[in-house]
Design a protein around this ligand. Structure first.
Ligand code: SAM
Length: 488
Protein backbone atom coordinates (compact mmCIF):
# COMPACT_ATOMS: atom_id res chain seq x y z
CA UNK A 1 0.00 0.00 0.00
CA UNK A 2 2.75 2.43 0.95
CA UNK A 3 4.51 1.94 -2.34
CA UNK A 4 1.19 2.60 -4.08
CA UNK A 5 0.88 5.88 -2.23
CA UNK A 6 4.48 6.74 -3.03
CA UNK A 7 3.76 6.34 -6.69
CA UNK A 8 0.66 8.46 -6.53
CA UNK A 9 1.49 11.27 -4.13
CA UNK A 10 4.58 13.38 -4.69
CA UNK A 11 5.94 16.64 -3.37
CA UNK A 12 8.58 19.06 -4.63
CA UNK A 13 10.49 21.37 -2.34
CA UNK A 14 13.58 23.45 -2.96
CA UNK A 15 14.97 23.73 0.53
CA UNK A 16 16.43 20.60 2.13
CA UNK A 17 15.14 21.53 5.60
CA UNK A 18 11.61 22.11 4.31
CA UNK A 19 11.84 18.93 2.22
CA UNK A 20 12.74 16.92 5.34
CA UNK A 21 9.83 18.50 7.18
CA UNK A 22 7.53 17.72 4.27
CA UNK A 23 8.76 14.10 4.22
CA UNK A 24 7.86 13.77 7.91
CA UNK A 25 4.48 15.33 7.17
CA UNK A 26 4.04 12.84 4.35
CA UNK A 27 4.67 9.90 6.68
CA UNK A 28 2.58 11.21 9.57
CA UNK A 29 -0.78 9.79 8.40
CA UNK A 30 1.00 6.53 7.48
CA UNK A 31 2.77 6.06 10.80
CA UNK A 32 0.63 3.13 12.02
CA UNK A 33 1.19 1.35 8.76
CA UNK A 34 4.95 2.00 8.90
CA UNK A 35 5.03 0.66 12.48
CA UNK A 36 3.30 -2.55 11.45
CA UNK A 37 5.74 -3.07 8.58
CA UNK A 38 8.70 -2.34 10.87
CA UNK A 39 7.55 -5.06 13.28
CA UNK A 40 7.84 -7.59 10.49
CA UNK A 41 10.81 -6.06 8.72
CA UNK A 42 13.04 -4.01 11.05
CA UNK A 43 15.25 -2.97 8.13
CA UNK A 44 12.36 -1.30 6.33
CA UNK A 45 13.07 2.30 5.27
CA UNK A 46 10.15 4.27 3.87
CA UNK A 47 10.96 6.62 1.01
CA UNK A 48 8.37 9.37 0.90
CA UNK A 49 8.17 10.85 -2.58
CA UNK A 50 9.28 14.33 -1.60
CA UNK A 51 11.82 15.57 -4.09
CA UNK A 52 14.33 18.23 -3.24
CA UNK A 53 14.18 20.04 -6.52
CA UNK A 54 13.50 23.38 -8.15
CA UNK A 55 9.92 23.05 -9.32
CA UNK A 56 10.38 25.86 -11.84
CA UNK A 57 13.36 24.24 -13.48
CA UNK A 58 12.78 23.64 -17.21
CA UNK A 59 14.24 20.17 -16.61
CA UNK A 60 11.24 19.15 -14.53
CA UNK A 61 9.48 16.70 -16.81
CA UNK A 62 7.33 14.36 -14.78
CA UNK A 63 6.44 11.10 -16.45
CA UNK A 64 2.99 11.10 -14.88
CA UNK A 65 0.25 13.68 -14.61
CA UNK A 66 -1.81 14.25 -11.48
CA UNK A 67 -5.46 14.50 -10.51
CA UNK A 68 -4.73 17.14 -7.86
CA UNK A 69 -1.99 19.66 -7.30
CA UNK A 70 -2.04 21.49 -3.99
CA UNK A 71 0.40 24.12 -2.94
CA UNK A 72 1.33 27.20 -1.03
CA UNK A 73 3.78 28.69 -3.50
CA UNK A 74 6.59 30.99 -2.38
CA UNK A 75 6.24 34.75 -2.69
CA UNK A 76 9.28 36.15 -4.43
CA UNK A 77 8.62 39.71 -5.41
CA UNK A 78 9.74 41.08 -8.74
CA UNK A 79 12.60 43.26 -7.43
CA UNK A 80 14.09 40.17 -5.76
CA UNK A 81 14.40 38.28 -9.04
CA UNK A 82 17.57 38.78 -11.06
CA UNK A 83 17.24 40.33 -14.52
CA UNK A 84 18.32 37.08 -16.09
CA UNK A 85 15.78 35.05 -14.16
CA UNK A 86 13.00 37.48 -15.06
CA UNK A 87 13.84 36.97 -18.71
CA UNK A 88 13.98 33.19 -18.41
CA UNK A 89 10.60 33.17 -16.61
CA UNK A 90 9.02 35.45 -19.21
CA UNK A 91 10.11 33.06 -21.93
CA UNK A 92 8.93 29.99 -20.05
CA UNK A 93 5.63 31.12 -18.52
CA UNK A 94 2.55 32.89 -19.88
CA UNK A 95 1.76 33.97 -16.32
CA UNK A 96 5.03 35.95 -16.10
CA UNK A 97 3.51 39.31 -17.00
CA UNK A 98 4.37 42.81 -15.77
CA UNK A 99 6.23 42.98 -12.47
CA UNK A 100 5.18 39.43 -11.63
CA UNK A 101 5.67 37.76 -8.30
CA UNK A 102 7.04 34.24 -8.57
CA UNK A 103 3.98 32.63 -6.98
CA UNK A 104 1.94 33.19 -10.19
CA UNK A 105 4.27 30.84 -12.07
CA UNK A 106 3.39 27.96 -9.76
CA UNK A 107 -0.23 28.12 -10.90
CA UNK A 108 0.94 27.63 -14.47
CA UNK A 109 3.25 24.83 -13.36
CA UNK A 110 0.30 23.15 -11.62
CA UNK A 111 -1.69 23.29 -14.87
CA UNK A 112 1.18 21.57 -16.65
CA UNK A 113 1.24 18.84 -14.02
CA UNK A 114 -2.50 18.20 -14.04
CA UNK A 115 -4.45 15.66 -16.03
CA UNK A 116 -7.48 16.81 -17.97
CA UNK A 117 -10.17 17.75 -15.45
CA UNK A 118 -7.55 17.65 -12.69
CA UNK A 119 -7.88 20.23 -9.93
CA UNK A 120 -5.48 22.66 -8.35
CA UNK A 121 -5.96 24.14 -4.89
CA UNK A 122 -3.53 26.88 -3.97
CA UNK A 123 -3.03 29.21 -1.08
CA UNK A 124 -1.53 32.43 -2.32
CA UNK A 125 -1.64 36.18 -2.08
CA UNK A 126 -4.82 37.79 -3.46
CA UNK A 127 -2.84 40.38 -5.44
CA UNK A 128 -3.10 38.56 -8.75
CA UNK A 129 -6.86 39.19 -8.72
CA UNK A 130 -6.44 42.93 -9.17
CA UNK A 131 -2.83 43.84 -9.93
CA UNK A 132 -1.55 44.51 -13.40
CA UNK A 133 1.09 41.81 -12.97
CA UNK A 134 -1.76 39.34 -12.39
CA UNK A 135 -3.12 39.81 -15.91
CA UNK A 136 -1.21 36.81 -17.31
CA UNK A 137 -2.41 34.47 -14.58
CA UNK A 138 -5.99 35.77 -14.79
CA UNK A 139 -5.97 35.12 -18.52
CA UNK A 140 -4.53 31.65 -18.04
CA UNK A 141 -7.09 30.67 -15.40
CA UNK A 142 -9.95 32.06 -17.48
CA UNK A 143 -8.81 30.27 -20.62
CA UNK A 144 -7.73 26.95 -19.22
CA UNK A 145 -9.68 26.29 -16.06
CA UNK A 146 -13.01 26.34 -14.41
CA UNK A 147 -12.36 28.49 -11.35
CA UNK A 148 -14.69 26.92 -8.85
CA UNK A 149 -13.69 28.78 -5.68
CA UNK A 150 -11.90 31.87 -4.55
CA UNK A 151 -11.92 32.11 -0.78
CA UNK A 152 -10.50 35.01 1.19
CA UNK A 153 -8.86 33.92 4.41
CA UNK A 154 -8.07 35.88 7.56
CA UNK A 155 -4.72 37.64 7.47
CA UNK A 156 -3.53 35.69 10.49
CA UNK A 157 -3.44 32.47 8.43
CA UNK A 158 0.24 33.10 7.84
CA UNK A 159 1.85 34.14 11.06
CA UNK A 160 3.85 37.31 10.86
CA UNK A 161 3.41 37.69 7.09
CA UNK A 162 1.16 40.35 5.73
CA UNK A 163 -0.04 38.48 2.70
CA UNK A 164 -3.80 38.93 2.02
CA UNK A 165 -4.23 35.20 1.59
CA UNK A 166 -6.78 33.51 -0.63
CA UNK A 167 -7.44 29.93 -1.59
CA UNK A 168 -8.06 29.26 -5.27
CA UNK A 169 -9.58 26.03 -6.52
CA UNK A 170 -9.63 25.53 -10.28
CA UNK A 171 -10.05 22.53 -12.57
CA UNK A 172 -8.29 22.12 -15.84
CA UNK A 173 -10.51 22.16 -18.88
CA UNK A 174 -9.57 21.83 -22.48
CA UNK A 175 -12.74 22.79 -24.19
CA UNK A 176 -13.76 26.26 -23.18
CA UNK A 177 -17.34 25.81 -24.23
CA UNK A 178 -18.22 25.61 -20.53
CA UNK A 179 -19.01 29.27 -20.17
CA UNK A 180 -21.97 28.54 -17.96
CA UNK A 181 -19.49 27.52 -15.26
CA UNK A 182 -20.10 29.23 -11.93
CA UNK A 183 -17.34 30.72 -9.82
CA UNK A 184 -18.00 30.97 -6.10
CA UNK A 185 -16.41 33.61 -3.94
CA UNK A 186 -16.41 33.53 -0.19
CA UNK A 187 -15.00 36.09 2.20
CA UNK A 188 -13.82 34.44 5.43
CA UNK A 189 -11.68 37.33 6.60
CA UNK A 190 -13.57 37.79 9.83
CA UNK A 191 -12.17 35.39 12.44
CA UNK A 192 -15.66 34.32 13.39
CA UNK A 193 -16.64 33.57 9.79
CA UNK A 194 -13.46 31.53 9.37
CA UNK A 195 -14.00 29.52 12.56
CA UNK A 196 -17.63 28.74 11.87
CA UNK A 197 -16.77 27.78 8.30
CA UNK A 198 -14.06 25.46 9.58
CA UNK A 199 -16.12 23.80 12.23
CA UNK A 200 -19.75 23.91 11.19
CA UNK A 201 -20.20 24.30 7.49
CA UNK A 202 -22.17 21.44 6.15
CA UNK A 203 -24.34 23.64 3.96
CA UNK A 204 -23.39 23.98 0.35
CA UNK A 205 -22.78 26.56 -0.94
CA UNK A 206 -21.97 28.11 2.42
CA UNK A 207 -23.98 31.18 3.44
CA UNK A 208 -22.42 34.40 2.19
CA UNK A 209 -20.91 32.80 -0.92
CA UNK A 210 -21.26 34.94 -4.01
CA UNK A 211 -21.93 32.98 -7.18
CA UNK A 212 -21.11 34.52 -10.50
CA UNK A 213 -20.76 33.11 -13.99
CA UNK A 214 -17.04 32.72 -14.66
CA UNK A 215 -17.62 34.52 -17.94
CA UNK A 216 -18.32 37.70 -15.91
CA UNK A 217 -14.65 37.73 -14.88
CA UNK A 218 -12.88 39.60 -17.63
CA UNK A 219 -9.17 40.02 -18.28
CA UNK A 220 -9.17 43.20 -16.15
CA UNK A 221 -9.13 43.29 -12.38
CA UNK A 222 -11.54 40.75 -10.83
CA UNK A 223 -14.18 41.91 -8.45
CA UNK A 224 -16.86 39.74 -6.97
CA UNK A 225 -20.12 41.57 -6.97
CA UNK A 226 -22.98 39.98 -5.03
CA UNK A 227 -25.78 38.88 -7.28
CA UNK A 228 -28.27 41.36 -5.81
CA UNK A 229 -25.96 44.19 -6.85
CA UNK A 230 -24.53 42.93 -10.11
CA UNK A 231 -27.25 44.26 -12.39
CA UNK A 232 -27.22 47.87 -11.28
CA UNK A 233 -23.44 47.94 -10.72
CA UNK A 234 -23.01 46.69 -14.29
CA UNK A 235 -25.42 49.35 -15.53
CA UNK A 236 -23.63 52.14 -13.63
CA UNK A 237 -20.22 51.07 -14.85
CA UNK A 238 -21.47 51.17 -18.42
CA UNK A 239 -23.65 54.25 -18.33
CA UNK A 240 -21.76 56.67 -16.05
CA UNK A 241 -18.50 58.40 -16.93
CA UNK A 242 -15.45 57.28 -15.00
CA UNK A 243 -13.81 59.75 -12.65
CA UNK A 244 -10.71 60.01 -14.82
CA UNK A 245 -12.75 61.29 -17.75
CA UNK A 246 -13.94 64.19 -15.60
CA UNK A 247 -10.79 64.93 -13.63
CA UNK A 248 -7.93 66.78 -15.26
CA UNK A 249 -5.44 64.87 -13.18
CA UNK A 250 -5.29 62.38 -10.33
CA UNK A 251 -1.87 62.52 -8.74
CA UNK A 252 -0.04 61.33 -5.69
CA UNK A 253 1.19 63.92 -3.20
CA UNK A 254 4.84 64.84 -2.73
CA UNK A 255 7.46 62.36 -1.55
CA UNK A 256 10.11 64.49 0.15
CA UNK A 257 12.53 61.60 0.59
CA UNK A 258 13.32 62.95 4.06
CA UNK A 259 10.26 64.12 6.01
CA UNK A 260 12.40 64.53 9.14
CA UNK A 261 14.29 67.29 7.38
CA UNK A 262 11.64 68.90 5.19
CA UNK A 263 8.43 68.67 7.24
CA UNK A 264 7.85 70.73 10.40
CA UNK A 265 5.10 70.86 12.92
CA UNK A 266 4.37 74.57 13.15
CA UNK A 267 6.26 77.25 11.29
CA UNK A 268 9.96 77.16 12.16
CA UNK A 269 11.45 80.60 12.77
CA UNK A 270 14.87 79.67 11.39
CA UNK A 271 13.64 79.37 7.79
CA UNK A 272 12.40 82.10 5.48
CA UNK A 273 8.63 82.10 5.53
CA UNK A 274 8.35 82.21 1.73
CA UNK A 275 9.80 78.71 1.53
CA UNK A 276 7.31 77.17 3.92
CA UNK A 277 4.08 75.76 2.54
CA UNK A 278 1.17 74.41 4.63
CA UNK A 279 1.08 70.69 3.91
CA UNK A 280 -1.48 67.92 4.40
CA UNK A 281 -0.80 64.34 5.38
CA UNK A 282 -3.36 61.51 5.46
CA UNK A 283 -4.57 62.06 9.06
CA UNK A 284 -5.46 65.69 8.21
CA UNK A 285 -8.11 64.58 5.72
CA UNK A 286 -11.43 63.46 7.12
CA UNK A 287 -14.68 62.72 5.35
CA UNK A 288 -15.78 66.05 3.91
CA UNK A 289 -13.39 68.05 6.03
CA UNK A 290 -9.76 69.07 6.40
CA UNK A 291 -8.37 69.19 9.94
CA UNK A 292 -4.94 70.60 9.24
CA UNK A 293 -2.49 69.60 11.94
CA UNK A 294 -0.31 72.66 11.34
CA UNK A 295 2.49 71.04 9.35
CA UNK A 296 4.67 72.89 6.87
CA UNK A 297 6.96 71.61 4.18
CA UNK A 298 10.18 73.38 3.23
CA UNK A 299 9.89 73.98 -0.49
CA UNK A 300 13.35 73.90 -2.07
CA UNK A 301 11.99 74.68 -5.55
CA UNK A 302 11.25 77.94 -7.29
CA UNK A 303 9.52 78.88 -10.48
CA UNK A 304 11.57 80.90 -12.93
CA UNK A 305 9.94 81.76 -16.25
CA UNK A 306 7.37 79.02 -15.55
CA UNK A 307 10.19 76.48 -15.12
CA UNK A 308 10.56 74.65 -11.81
CA UNK A 309 14.11 74.34 -10.51
CA UNK A 310 16.06 74.22 -7.24
CA UNK A 311 15.78 77.44 -5.28
CA UNK A 312 18.81 79.75 -5.23
CA UNK A 313 20.00 79.23 -1.66
CA UNK A 314 22.06 82.44 -1.76
CA UNK A 315 18.74 84.29 -1.57
CA UNK A 316 17.66 82.39 1.54
CA UNK A 317 20.53 82.42 4.06
CA UNK A 318 18.49 80.98 6.92
CA UNK A 319 17.19 78.05 4.86
CA UNK A 320 20.71 77.55 3.57
CA UNK A 321 22.15 77.40 7.09
CA UNK A 322 19.46 74.90 8.11
CA UNK A 323 19.92 72.70 5.03
CA UNK A 324 23.73 72.84 5.39
CA UNK A 325 23.29 71.51 8.91
CA UNK A 326 21.50 68.48 7.36
CA UNK A 327 23.79 68.18 4.34
CA UNK A 328 25.58 64.97 5.32
CA UNK A 329 22.25 63.19 5.77
CA UNK A 330 20.67 64.64 2.61
CA UNK A 331 23.63 63.75 0.43
CA UNK A 332 23.16 60.09 1.33
CA UNK A 333 19.57 60.12 0.04
CA UNK A 334 18.88 58.17 -3.11
CA UNK A 335 17.60 61.08 -5.15
CA UNK A 336 20.67 63.22 -4.56
CA UNK A 337 23.20 60.40 -4.63
CA UNK A 338 21.91 58.34 -7.53
CA UNK A 339 19.45 60.47 -9.48
CA UNK A 340 21.91 63.37 -9.72
CA UNK A 341 19.60 66.00 -8.18
CA UNK A 342 20.85 68.90 -6.03
CA UNK A 343 21.66 67.72 -2.55
CA UNK A 344 19.09 70.00 -0.92
CA UNK A 345 15.96 69.26 -2.97
CA UNK A 346 13.07 66.96 -2.14
CA UNK A 347 12.65 63.66 -3.97
CA UNK A 348 9.56 64.95 -5.84
CA UNK A 349 9.42 68.44 -7.27
CA UNK A 350 7.17 70.72 -5.25
CA UNK A 351 5.07 73.00 -7.39
CA UNK A 352 3.96 75.89 -5.18
CA UNK A 353 1.15 76.64 -7.65
CA UNK A 354 -0.59 73.56 -6.26
CA UNK A 355 -1.10 75.49 -3.04
CA UNK A 356 -3.75 77.74 -4.52
CA UNK A 357 -5.29 75.06 -6.75
CA UNK A 358 -8.82 74.07 -5.80
CA UNK A 359 -8.86 70.31 -5.47
CA UNK A 360 -10.32 67.22 -3.90
CA UNK A 361 -7.94 65.36 -1.63
CA UNK A 362 -8.03 61.88 -0.09
CA UNK A 363 -5.76 59.86 2.17
CA UNK A 364 -4.12 57.03 0.23
CA UNK A 365 -4.96 54.48 2.91
CA UNK A 366 -8.25 54.58 4.80
CA UNK A 367 -10.96 52.36 6.19
CA UNK A 368 -13.72 54.44 4.57
CA UNK A 369 -14.11 57.09 1.88
CA UNK A 370 -12.62 60.39 3.10
CA UNK A 371 -12.72 62.80 0.20
CA UNK A 372 -12.51 66.50 1.10
CA UNK A 373 -12.35 69.76 -0.80
CA UNK A 374 -9.32 72.00 -0.40
CA UNK A 375 -10.31 75.43 -1.62
CA UNK A 376 -6.67 76.31 -2.27
CA UNK A 377 -4.64 76.32 0.94
CA UNK A 378 -2.42 73.27 0.95
CA UNK A 379 0.04 71.06 -0.82
CA UNK A 380 -0.09 67.33 0.00
CA UNK A 381 2.44 64.74 1.08
CA UNK A 382 2.52 61.37 -0.61
CA UNK A 383 0.21 59.79 1.94
CA UNK A 384 -2.53 61.62 0.01
CA UNK A 385 -3.90 61.71 -3.49
CA UNK A 386 -4.91 64.93 -5.21
CA UNK A 387 -7.76 65.15 -7.73
CA UNK A 388 -7.69 68.19 -10.02
CA UNK A 389 -10.69 69.23 -12.12
CA UNK A 390 -11.40 71.85 -14.76
CA UNK A 391 -12.35 75.29 -13.44
CA UNK A 392 -15.90 75.73 -12.32
CA UNK A 393 -16.34 72.02 -11.49
CA UNK A 394 -18.59 71.91 -8.41
CA UNK A 395 -16.03 70.23 -6.17
CA UNK A 396 -18.25 70.02 -3.10
CA UNK A 397 -20.90 68.21 -5.12
CA UNK A 398 -18.35 65.74 -6.43
CA UNK A 399 -16.81 65.23 -2.98
CA UNK A 400 -20.30 64.61 -1.56
CA UNK A 401 -20.90 61.93 -4.20
CA UNK A 402 -17.47 60.37 -3.59
CA UNK A 403 -18.17 60.25 0.15
CA UNK A 404 -21.58 58.64 -0.27
CA UNK A 405 -22.26 55.06 0.85
CA UNK A 406 -22.91 54.04 -2.74
CA UNK A 407 -19.51 55.17 -3.99
CA UNK A 408 -17.81 53.65 -0.94
CA UNK A 409 -19.59 50.37 -1.71
CA UNK A 410 -18.50 50.47 -5.36
CA UNK A 411 -14.94 51.43 -4.42
CA UNK A 412 -14.60 48.58 -1.93
CA UNK A 413 -15.99 46.03 -4.36
CA UNK A 414 -13.20 46.70 -6.80
CA UNK A 415 -10.29 47.38 -4.46
CA UNK A 416 -8.19 44.85 -2.59
CA UNK A 417 -8.27 45.32 1.15
CA UNK A 418 -4.97 46.05 2.87
CA UNK A 419 -4.24 45.11 6.48
CA UNK A 420 -6.47 46.24 9.33
CA UNK A 421 -9.59 46.88 7.20
CA UNK A 422 -7.76 49.55 5.21
CA UNK A 423 -8.19 50.18 1.51
CA UNK A 424 -5.73 51.86 -0.82
CA UNK A 425 -7.21 54.97 -2.37
CA UNK A 426 -4.75 54.97 -5.24
CA UNK A 427 -5.12 56.40 -8.71
CA UNK A 428 -5.61 53.01 -10.34
CA UNK A 429 -8.67 52.35 -8.17
CA UNK A 430 -10.07 55.88 -7.86
CA UNK A 431 -10.00 56.60 -11.56
CA UNK A 432 -12.73 54.18 -12.58
CA UNK A 433 -15.33 55.24 -10.01
CA UNK A 434 -18.57 56.01 -11.86
CA UNK A 435 -19.47 59.66 -11.30
CA UNK A 436 -21.83 61.97 -13.16
CA UNK A 437 -20.43 64.63 -15.44
CA UNK A 438 -21.33 67.76 -13.45
CA UNK A 439 -21.95 69.68 -16.66
CA UNK A 440 -24.92 67.37 -17.29
CA UNK A 441 -26.31 67.53 -13.77
CA UNK A 442 -29.38 69.61 -12.94
CA UNK A 443 -28.31 72.75 -11.12
CA UNK A 444 -30.68 72.24 -8.19
CA UNK A 445 -29.10 68.83 -7.59
CA UNK A 446 -25.64 70.38 -7.64
CA UNK A 447 -26.60 72.98 -5.06
CA UNK A 448 -28.48 70.44 -2.94
CA UNK A 449 -25.45 68.18 -2.76
CA UNK A 450 -22.98 70.96 -2.10
CA UNK A 451 -25.03 72.42 0.72
CA UNK A 452 -25.48 68.92 2.23
CA UNK A 453 -21.68 68.52 1.93
CA UNK A 454 -21.12 71.76 3.82
CA UNK A 455 -23.62 70.64 6.48
CA UNK A 456 -22.07 67.14 6.57
CA UNK A 457 -25.55 65.77 6.16
CA UNK A 458 -24.47 62.30 5.04
CA UNK A 459 -27.98 60.85 5.29
CA UNK A 460 -29.28 63.42 2.84
CA UNK A 461 -26.28 62.86 0.56
CA UNK A 462 -26.79 59.09 0.58
CA UNK A 463 -30.46 59.44 -0.30
CA UNK A 464 -29.83 61.95 -3.10
CA UNK A 465 -27.07 59.78 -4.56
CA UNK A 466 -29.18 56.60 -4.38
CA UNK A 467 -31.98 58.41 -6.21
CA UNK A 468 -29.71 59.99 -8.77
CA UNK A 469 -27.98 56.68 -9.56
CA UNK A 470 -31.39 54.95 -9.60
CA UNK A 471 -30.33 52.29 -7.12
CA UNK A 472 -33.23 49.86 -6.57
CA UNK A 473 -34.98 50.37 -3.24
CA UNK A 474 -34.22 46.83 -2.03
CA UNK A 475 -30.47 47.25 -2.62
CA UNK A 476 -30.11 50.46 -0.59
CA UNK A 477 -30.30 48.88 2.86
CA UNK A 478 -27.88 46.12 1.82
CA UNK A 479 -25.40 48.70 0.52
CA UNK A 480 -25.60 50.71 3.74
CA UNK A 481 -25.17 47.54 5.83
CA UNK A 482 -22.28 46.31 3.73
CA UNK A 483 -20.51 49.69 4.03
CA UNK A 484 -20.95 49.90 7.78
CA UNK A 485 -19.74 46.31 8.20
CA UNK A 486 -16.63 47.09 6.18
CA UNK A 487 -15.63 49.84 8.61
CA UNK A 488 -13.90 48.99 11.88
C1 SAM B 1 5.05 29.59 1.34
S1 SAM B 1 6.15 28.27 1.61
C2 SAM B 1 5.09 26.91 1.81
C3 SAM B 1 5.70 25.84 2.63
C4 SAM B 1 4.82 24.59 2.79
N1 SAM B 1 4.39 24.08 1.52
C5 SAM B 1 3.63 24.91 3.63
O1 SAM B 1 2.52 25.04 3.12
O2 SAM B 1 3.83 25.06 4.83
C6 SAM B 1 6.81 28.05 0.04
C7 SAM B 1 7.81 26.92 -0.05
O3 SAM B 1 8.24 26.86 -1.41
C8 SAM B 1 9.60 26.48 -1.43
N2 SAM B 1 10.14 26.90 -2.74
C9 SAM B 1 10.54 28.12 -3.13
N3 SAM B 1 10.93 28.12 -4.42
C10 SAM B 1 10.76 26.86 -4.85
C11 SAM B 1 11.01 26.21 -6.09
N4 SAM B 1 11.47 26.92 -7.14
N5 SAM B 1 10.75 24.90 -6.18
C12 SAM B 1 10.26 24.20 -5.13
N6 SAM B 1 10.00 24.75 -3.93
C13 SAM B 1 10.25 26.06 -3.79
C14 SAM B 1 10.20 27.21 -0.25
O4 SAM B 1 11.39 26.59 0.17
C15 SAM B 1 9.08 27.12 0.77
O5 SAM B 1 9.26 26.02 1.60
Amino acid sequence: MISGIQQRVAGIELSSTAARKAALGYLEPLKDLVRTILEKDPGYLPHPSVYEYNALSPDLRPNVLFDFVVGNPPYVRHPNLSKKLRMVRREGYLAATGRFDEYVLFFELALRLLKRKGTLAFLSSDRFLTSSYGSGLRRLLLDRTHISWIIRLPEEVFEGVSAYPIATVASKIEDHGQLSAITRYLDLRGKRAFKSFNSETKIFPPPGAIEIPQSDLGPGSWSFVPRWASEFIGRLRKSMPHLDSIAEEIRSGIATGANDVFVFHGKPSNIESELLLPVLAAPDIQKGQINWSGNYVLNPYQITNSELGPVDLARFPRARAYLESQRGFLEEKYHSKKAGKSWYVTHDIIDSRMLSAKKIVTPDLATSNRFAVDTGHFVCLNTCYVLLFPERTPLETLAAILDSSLLEFIFKLATPRASGNHYRYMKQFIKSLPVPDPSNMPSDLISHLSSAYRDKDWNAINEIVFDFYEVPERARRRISDSVSQSQP
